[in-house]
Design a binder for this molecule. Structure first.
Ligand SMILES: Cc1cc2nc3c(=O)[nH]c(=O)nc-3n(C[C@H](O)[C@H](O)[C@H](O)COP(=O)(O)O)c2cc1C
Length: 261
């Protein structure tokens, strides 16, 4: 894995992981994750927090067998009632997910598979803030075997581990001709977004390319049935797209434009 240390590499190997080893996150890895949190909190006006060793938060999910050994999490604490903060939280928390992935750690976004009330007890949440979602972080079960897998094996695992909408579905508003004429960076961006996590794998985001001003746009597909988490998933998908496309920046919001630089 040493030569695969770019964010796009993390996108290519990340999968949701539901079974974790007992091995704690060591001080060094925790420090690196904390260091990743500081700039994203500043940039995103967020209060993401790393909480270690609180298995009670996942007691029910661990007991039911849905999860195994979940104990640590990233808490997405955000300004209360701020719609855009949901999108920013998706964007920036996924950035931390990719950092964790490059450290060999496994992750799982959680909306339902945790006790949110219990989770909130271990966070600093001001009166004007709320706990939105969590991301489990830890060593994947049998992590020594995981670490011995090659980058190519991990990519293959990512490619085959779940169903995925097609490129055509992700660019549903474009015709074949428009797709063929779109630049390589657009295709690379969409392909990275296709590997993004989304609530219940609904993949509710579509992309389009506008040749008139050389921009891309991201849209929430309201038919995907993801109304609770669509903004969060929009932020995650935009981060993946941005990394896949190389250089460039998004405007926030449904229909927000991406300018490639
Ligand atoms: C906002 C959000 C909430 C999620 N909540 C849960 C959850 O509560 N329990 C769970 O097992 N998976 C949850 N997931 C994980 C998704 O099921 C998973 O990302 C999706 O199936 C795609 O698989 P992948 O992450 O392996 O690409 C959630 C994902 C997102 C983005």
């Amino acid at each position: 894995m040493a030569e695969h240390n770019q964010l796009i590499d993390a996108i290519n190997i990340r999968t949701a992981v539901r079974a974790y080893d007992d091995e704690p996150i060591d001080d060094d890895a925790a420090r690196q994750l904390e260091m990743a949190l500081q700039p994203v909190n500043l940039l995103g006006n967020l209060n993401l927090q790393l909480v270690l060793n609180q298995p009670k938060v996942f007691e029910e999910a661990n007991a039911s067998g849905h999860l195994t050994g979940a104990a640590n999490y990233l808490a997405l604490v955000v300004p209360k009632g701020d719609e855009q903060a949901r999108e920013r939280a998706g964007f920036y928390a996924e950035r931390v997910v990719l950092t964790a992935t490059l450290r060999g750690l496994a992750t799982l976004w959680v909306a339902g598979s945790w006790n949110k009330t219990e989770a909130a007890k271990h966070c600093r949440i001001a009166g004007n803030e709320e706990l939105l979602l969590g991301v489990v972080i830890g060593h994947p079960k049998n992590h020594l075997a995981y670490q011995s897998m090659t980058y190519d094996e991990l990519c293959e695992r990512q490619r085959t581990h779940r169903s995925c909408k097609t490129y055509e579905q992700f660019t549903v508003t474009m015709g074949d001709e428009a797709r063929a004429q779109a630049p390589d960076w657009f295709r690379a961006g969409v392909e990275a977004a296709m590997k993004a996590p989304s609530a219940m794998n609904r993949q509710p985001i579509t992309f389009s390319y506008n040749p008139d001003d050389d921009t891309a746009a991201a849209h929430i597909d309201t038919t995907a049935g993801d109304e609770h988490h669509a903004l969060n998933d929009l932020g995650i998908a935009k981060l993946h797209f941005q990394i896949g496309a190389g250089q460039g920046q998004w405007a926030w919001g449904d229909g927000g434009l991406f300018i490639h630089q």
